[in-house]
Ligand binder design. Structure first.
Ligand code: SF4
Length: 91
């Protein structure tokens, strides 16, 4: 059995976000790579693109990332940093 990586406190917001994503188009859907890029300037461009995300998705995305304490990537325009193996272990 695989343990769920989503903290209990974030499960509800994750479900809200997933439901919204099923019927709305967001800037990150076609190519999410820039949202997790190593280059900070690329992540900055992705963060600006978040501003055109539907408002309910934007809000759910930010709430989820905060509740899940997402350790990397751009979520709702906030750059949470670069993916490293140490970060997930510490999260
Ligand atoms: S707000 Fe969230 S769902 Fe919308 S484009 Fe940004 S990362 Fe994607």
């Amino acid at each position: 059995m695989t343990a769920c990586l989503i903290p209990d406190a974030a499960v509800t917001t994750w479900r809200d976000l997933a439901a919204l994503l099923t019927d709305q188009t967001t800037p990150c859907q076609a190519d999410p790579e820039p949202w997790f890029a190593h280059d900070p300037s690329t992540r900055a461009v992705a963060g600006r693109a978040c501003q055109s995300c539907p408002s309910r998705v934007f809000a759910a995305c930010g709430t989820y990332a905060q509740a899940a304490r997402e350790p990397w990537g751009v979520w709702a325009g906030v750059d949470r940093g670069l993916r490293t193996s140490k970060k997930r272990a510490a999260a």
